[in-house]
Design a protein around this ligand. Structure first.
Ligand SMILES: Cc1cc2nc3c(=O)[nH]c(=O)nc-3n(C[C@H](O)[C@H](O)[C@H](O)COP(=O)(O)OP(=O)(O)OC[C@H]3O[C@@H](n4cnc5c(N)ncnc54)[C@H](O)[C@@H]3O)c2cc1C
Ligand code: FES
Length: 272
């Protein structure tokens, strides 16, 4: 593997590998336009945390900007991503094959805080599902955390078979059936509301998906007094803090989603 690690100080603090070339070791179409791509990359496999992303680079010199993708799963030194083909960059990655090589940078961004005990409600929609899948995988390694996943799909339920490995309470819905708020309401009906409020400090929501969905989840969480972390999928340029393309308003002023996020709390975003 052509991997160059750079130490930025003698103690190894801020140790971060530069852009590097890795091998594609898995490539499958989950639906007509959703791809699961797996690379072999020891550093990302060891360091990648739930909610972090990597930059994937096009081989086309005219496409300078990298494309950011949330890590969806890690097994050994293999790191997977699930992405939808929406434009030129993702079409190029779809057309790659096992054995091809691709440039990456990462892992990047601030991860979810998954250190608390209790029940996690992992709520995701569309292309927000892959990074939440990684949160489910990480939490499945803990004895003191329980997980319920609630995924909203446009149509095909492309990630259910993956998340089933990590949690025993997986719920999903597609546009024809409803949305993730319906799943949250069903879940709360199954739990005693008074009991839920008394246990609210032990319940945590992690969410990622289209902004209107996340705003609705934040409002639901506010109503039920549940702490919530949200991962924003803002348009990005560089992915590491230099181009200022990815600004979002927060209570601390405008912040860069690529380095101060993509994960923010409900309070930081002022979403109620
Ligand atoms: C932190 C982060 C994590 C992401 N994780 C995933 C993931 O796990 N799976 C996945 O499928 N996608 C993910 N995305 C979105 C992904 O980066 C874009 O879909 C991709 O860059 C599009 O590249 P393209 O060249 O194919 O499309 P382009 O030609 O650049 O754009 C095609 C269309 O896609 C839209 N688009 C491009 N980027 C975004 C974006 N960030 N959000 C919404 N719409 C966009 C454009 O507006 C345009 O309509 C993530 C984005 C971010 C910022
Ligand atoms: S994407 Fe360049 S500063 Fe965030």
């Amino acid at each position: 593997m052509n991997t160059t690690f750079i130490k930025t100080n003698p103690e190894g603090k801020n140790y971060r590998p530069s852009r590097r070339t890795v091998e594609i070791v898995g490539h499958e179409l989950l639906t007509q336009d959703i791809v699961r791509l797996t690379i072999s990359d020891e550093y990302t496999a060891q360091q990648g945390q739930a909610g972090q992303f990597v930059n994937l680079y096009s081989k086309n010199p005219l496409q300078m900007s990298p494309r950011p993708f949330g890590i969806s799963e890690i097994h050994g030194d293999k790191v997977s991503f699930i992405f939808a083909v929406v434009g030129r960059g993702t079409a190029e990655f779809r057309d790659m094959s096992v054995g091809d090589r691709i440039d990456i940078l990462g892992p990047l961004g601030k991860p979810f805080d998954v250190s608390k005990t209790g029940r996690y409600l992992l709520v995701a929609g569309g292309l927000g599902i892959p990074p939440i899948l990684h949160a489910a995988q990480k939490l499945s390694q803990r004895d003191d955390a329980q997980v319920t996943t609630m995924f909203g799909y446009r149509n095909e339920h492309f990630a259910d078979s993956y998340v089933d490995q990590y949690c025993d309470d997986t719920r999903s819905i597609d546009n024809a059936q409803g949305n993730v708020i319906d799943l949250l309401n069903t879940w709360i009906q199954e739990n005693d509301v008074k009991d839920l409020k008394s246990r609210a400090e032990d319940i945590h929501i992690l969410t990622c998906g289209p902004e209107p969905m996340m705003k609705a989840v934040a409002a639901w969480a506010c109503e039920h007094n549940i702490d919530t972390q949200l991962s924003l999928e803002e348009r990005m340029g560089c992915g590491y803090g230099t181009c200022v393309v990815c600004i979002t308003p927060t209570i601390h002023g405008n912040q860069k989603v690529c380095i101060e996020g993509p994960v923010f709390t409900r309070e930081e975003l002022g979403w109620k």
